[in-house]
Design a protein. Structure first.
Length: 84
């Protein structure tokens, strides 16, 4: 069984550190772009939902407009005065 040599260990650590810093560098460049796209997509979805909700409410208010019912006159109103 072979043992790992010290230079190969250093090489492996250097590769890991290099990959970490490259990842950080690319995320600083691309993360704002990706976040902006995600925010724009969510904003479009919210606007679409709002428009659909407004259309549903306007349709419902137009369709269910209450028709005025004729009031039934039951009798005449009598104003009673209090007797002391």
């Amino acid at each position: 069984m072979e043992m790992a040599s010290f230079p190969s260990l250093l090489r492996t650590l250097a590769i890991i550190i290099l990959c970490y810093y490259l990842f950080k560098f690319f995320m600083r460049i691309f993360a704002p772009i990706l976040m902006q796209k995600a925010v724009n997509k969510m904003q479009e979805k919210m606007q679409e939902q709002y428009k659909q909700q407004q259309e549903k409410q306007s349709r419902a208010s137009q369709a269910s407009a209450p028709t005025p019912k004729p009031k039934k006159e039951v009798g005449e109103y009598i104003d009673y005065e209090e007797v002391k």
